[in-house]
Design a protein around this ligand. Structure first.
Ligand SMILES: [Zn+2]
Length: 292
C-alpha cells in the first residue's frame, strides 16, 4: 500500500530550487528550498505464467499480484532499527502469491484459463511496476480477465487493543475487499460467493466506495489494471501502528489469517479461471476513480 504522493515533493524534484514563497501582510517574504539528491536505480517486475488446461480458454488469464518492494531504509529513524522490513506491506502479499503458485503447481488438475503471476516492483514509489506492466505487458493484456491484488493481509486487531492507530485494522476473521463490484457484477458475485461457500471470512466492503477519503483504490497496483479496463479485486487488512514504520516485522504477522485469505483468493482465482465466459464488464468505473 502506497502513501499519498505530495505535490510539494514532486515540484521540488522537478525544479531543485525554491518550491514556494509566501508573502505576508507586512510585506516580509519567506522562501522554502528543498535540496534533492537524485539516484537512478533500475528494478524489475517478476512475472510467471501457469498454462491453463483448456485449449481455447488458456489464451485468457487470471492475474494474481502483489508488490515485493517496500520503503527501504531510513538512516534517521530513531533507535537501532534503520531497516523498514515491510512484513505486512507487502511481504504478506508477496508470500501469499508464492503460496498460491505453489498450491497450483502441486494440484493434480489445472484450471482452464492460464494464471498470470506478477510480483510488482516500485509500488511504494508510485505504483511504477504495475504502471509499467500495463503499458509494456509481456502478455496480451486484453486477455487478462481480472486482476486479484493482495497488498497487506497479515495483520489483525487483537481483542482489547485500544491503540487509536489500530482503530481500523481488521479483525482475525475479517479483511477489507475493494473494487470487486465496481466494473463487473459477475466478479462481485464470485468474490463474495466463494468466500461464503468456503471459510466465511468477514468481508468488509466499507472502503469499496468511490468517495473513500483514504483513497485506497488509488494506492495499490490494481489501480493500473482497472485503468486498463480490467476488473479487479483488492484484499487489504487496513492501516495499523506499524504501517510504513521500521516496526513492520514478521513476528507481528497473524499467519493464520494470512493463510485463510490466501486460500480464499486461490479458490476465487480458480472459480474465475473455469468460468464459461469471462466476467462481463457491465459497469463503468466511477469517474472519481479514473484519475489518480
Ligand atoms: Zn506501503
Amino acid at each position: 500500500m502506497a502513501g499519498e504522493s505530495t505535490d510539494l515533493a514532486k515540484i521540488g524534484a522537478t525544479t531543485g530550487g525554491p518550491v514556494a514563497s509566501f508573502a505576508f501582510a507586512d510585506s516580509k517574504t519567506a522562501s522554502i528550498s528543498v535540496v534533492t539528491d537524485f539516484d537512478r536505480v533500475t528494478t524489475q517486475n517478476v512475472v510467471a505464467l501457469w498454462e491453463g488446461s483448456d485449449p481455447v480458454l488458456k489464451n485468457e488469464m487470471v492475474a494474481v499480484g502483489a508488490h515485493y518492494d517496500h520503503v527501504g531504509t531510513n538512516p534517521n529513524a530513531p533507535g537501532e532499527d534503520k531497516i523498514w522490513n515491510g512484513a505486512d506491506d507487502d511481504g504478506s502479499g508477496t508470500v501469499a502469491v508464492l503460496s498460491i503458485a505453489e498450491a497450483l503447481a502441486k494440484a493434480k488438475v489445472r484450471p482452464k484459463r492460464s494464471i498470470l503471476f506478477v510480483w510488482h516492483a516500485g509500488e511504494e514509489k508510485g505504483l511504477v511496476g504495475a504502471d509499467y506492466f500495463n503499458k509494456f505487458p509481456t502478455v496480451n493484456i486484453k486477455n487478462v480477465i481480472t486482476q486479484l491484488n493482495i497488498d497487506m493481509i497479515g495483520r489483525s486487531k487483537k481483542e482489547g487493543d485500544t491503540n487509536p492507530k489500530n482503530k481500523d485494522l481488521s479483525g482475525e476473521n475479517a479483511i477489507y475487499v475493494i473494487g470487486s463490484e465496481m466494473m463487473s457484477s459477475t466478479l462481485g458475485a464470485i468474490t463474495k460467493g466463494t468466500n461464503d461457500a468456503f471459510l466465511k471470512m468477514n468481508y468488509d466492503y466499507r472502503y469499496d466506495d468511490p468517495k473513500d477519503t483514504n483513497r485506497f483504490f488509488f494506492r495499490s497496483d490494481h489501480f493500473h489494471y482497472a485503468q486498463n479496463g480490467i476488473p479487479i479485486v483488492f484484499w487489504f487488512d487496513g492501516v495499523h501502528e506499524d504501517y510504513h514504520q521500521p516496526t513492520d516485522h514478521p513476528d507481528k504477522i497473524d499467519y493464520q489469517k494470512m493463510e485463510k485469505v490466501a486460500r480464499t483468493i486461490f479458490l476465487t482465482m480458480w472459480e474465475l479461471s473455469d468460468l464459461k465466459e469471462r466476467p462481463k464488464i457491465d459497469k463503468q468505473l466511477p469517474p472519481e476513480l479514473t484519475q489518480r
